[in-house]
Every structure is written in C-alpha cells, then in structure tokens.
Design a protein around this ligand. Sequence first.
Ligand code: TXA
Ligand code: MG
Length: 326
Amino acid sequence: MSAQNSAVEQAADVLRAGGLVALPTETVYGLGANAEDPVAVARIFEVKGRPPSHPLIVHIGGAEQLDDWVEDVPATARVLAEHFWPGPLTLVLRRGRRVPLEATGGLETVAVRVPDHPVALELLAAFGGGVTAPSANRFGSVSPTTAAHVRTELGDAVDFVLDGGACEVGVESTIVDVTGEVPTILRPGGVTREDLEAVLGLPLAVPATSNVRVPGQHPSHYAPRARVVLVEPDEIVQEAARAQEAGRQVGVFLPPALADTPVKAHAVVTVPDAMSAYARGLFGFLRELDEQGCDLIVASLPAEEGLGLAIANRLRRAAGPRTAAG
Ligand code: TXA
Ligand code: MG
C-alpha cells in the first residue's frame, strides 16, 4: 500500500468515526465530514465559525450516484453533470432524504458536486458515502489552496489533513441552481459561463455581486486581513504610491501590462496574464500580501469573461464591507 493510499484509508476512517478531514479538490481545499452524520456536520460549522443557516456542498464520487442524494433530477442537470463532472461545477437540486437538514442549512434543496482531484476521488471511493465540505477556511476569510494554508487556518481543529498538493483551479466551483424553469448561476467559479451556455444552448444570467441573495454569500467573503481597494488599472500605480506615502503598508496586484513599471509600495505581486494562472494563484497572492504585513491591497478587476468573471467576483467580495460577514 502506498503512503498516499494509507493516508486516504486513514482519512476515510476518520470520516466514519465522525471526524473532520481537510481534503484537496481541484478548486480549493474542503473541510469534510460524513454528509449523513448531523453531529459531524454540526462540527464543521463550529470549526469554521459559520452560521448554521449557510448550506454546504455534498461531494460525491460519481455522477451515477446523483440519484442517491437528490430527487427530481431535471434533464438539464443530467446534461451538465455529464459534461462537467468530475469538475468545478456544483448543482443545486431538490434534497433527497439521505441529506440531513443540518447540511443544507434547513433548505429543501442541496448542492452537489463530483470533484476532479485524484485524492478526493480516492477518498470518496474508500469512504463510500457523501462528504459534505465547505472551503476549509474560517468564515469570511480566504479559501485555502494548499494543505499548509489549511493548517494555518484551522490548526488542531481538523482531525486529519490530506495533502494533495496545490489546487489546480484555485477558485471555488461554479454553482448552478437547476431547480427552476431556467438554470441560474448562483456563484461564478471554475466552470465558465461561456462553457455552460455552449452546452445548454441558452444565455445564463449572472447575479450582480451586490444583490446576491444566496445564503452564505455575504459581500465580504474571501477577505484577507488587509483592506482591499479596487481601482482602474491605469490608477493602480498612483493609488499605491499615494497610500504608501500616507503611511499605509501597501500591497499591489500589478496588472501584467505594467510588469516593468516601478511601484512605490510595501509589496508587489504581478498578476499572471493567463486567467487560469491568475485564478490558481489568486487566494495565495492575498495570503502572501497579508503575511508580508500589508494593511492595504490595491487591485483592479480583470475583464469579466471566462475565468475572469470568478476572479472579479472574489476580488469584489474581498473588497466588500467587512461588517456584513460577522
Ligand atoms: O469549489 C467548491 O465549491 C468548494 C470545494 C471544497 O468543493 N466548496 C465551497 O464550499 O466553496 P463553500 O461552503 O465555501 O461554498 C458553498 C456555497 C455556499 O456558500 C452557498 O452559497 C452555496 O454553496 N450553497 C450550498 N447549498 C446551497 C443551496 N441548497 N442553495 C443555494 N446555494 C447553496
Ligand atoms: Mg467558502
């Protein structure tokens, strides 16, 4: 048995015993529990400091298990599952009896996905059941994309950390509600709107960040310690210098087009040109600037197409009002 296999077996045992396992997925690390164990699920909320009304995602090992967890699967959901699973797409469907209300925040719908990560899939196969898992960070803070981030965030509060390396996608899954007449994107993420539209053959609306009414989507999710301000790309250098001169410790998300521009700031991250690389690095960059002691991060939004839509959504939330997240 390889070392990784035995770690997976140990993690499955921890889940069976009602414990919490941090697991790698292709998007971000999750804080997992046996989806059918209400006591274990309640511990997730405790450890995260998350209000119990915020619904969780149930991770399953394959699309063929979908009907074990939900009811009334519409044809659209089957098409999406077929195309995008395993992958960074979460479907909201009608809750099946197996899913305790503790996992759905009391809702009669449940969010389900099949993660595209070999270690997560091994764990789900070894465990045999569903694993309910939010991102493995404290409520309101930046999602972890490495096992080291998880340990920093949660320390001993988690019973087992499965290390599967750095997450490939880097932003959370796209959440699509398929319980209504038309599918709706509740959260932009790793599967792009364009790819969903191409498969469905119809345009999809994306709710504006400011008026999202999904439970668990407060404006200031994904926030680093430093305050984040968003400005136009051509104002970044000037804004950073102004704040640095005013005594702030400024971190800058420098657009790739300005890579060689000298910047007056405490720390600078040049953001990658390719959106996939930007998404992969995003949460790590925010953590890095926090660690370097920045108290203000100056950034601009990428074009809101492809993965840029999810990146802009996370940056907007990072810059959102802090009081709302509690
Ligand atoms: O990529 C991901 O989705 C990661 C990895 C670990 O799978 N998970 C993740 O979980 O981002 P979390 O808990 O941080 O975000 C899940 C979001 C909730 O904030 C909530 O908005 C939405 O999913 N959600 C869950 N169940 C829902 C439901 N029944 N109806 C509407 N939204 C729901
Ligand atoms: Mg989260």
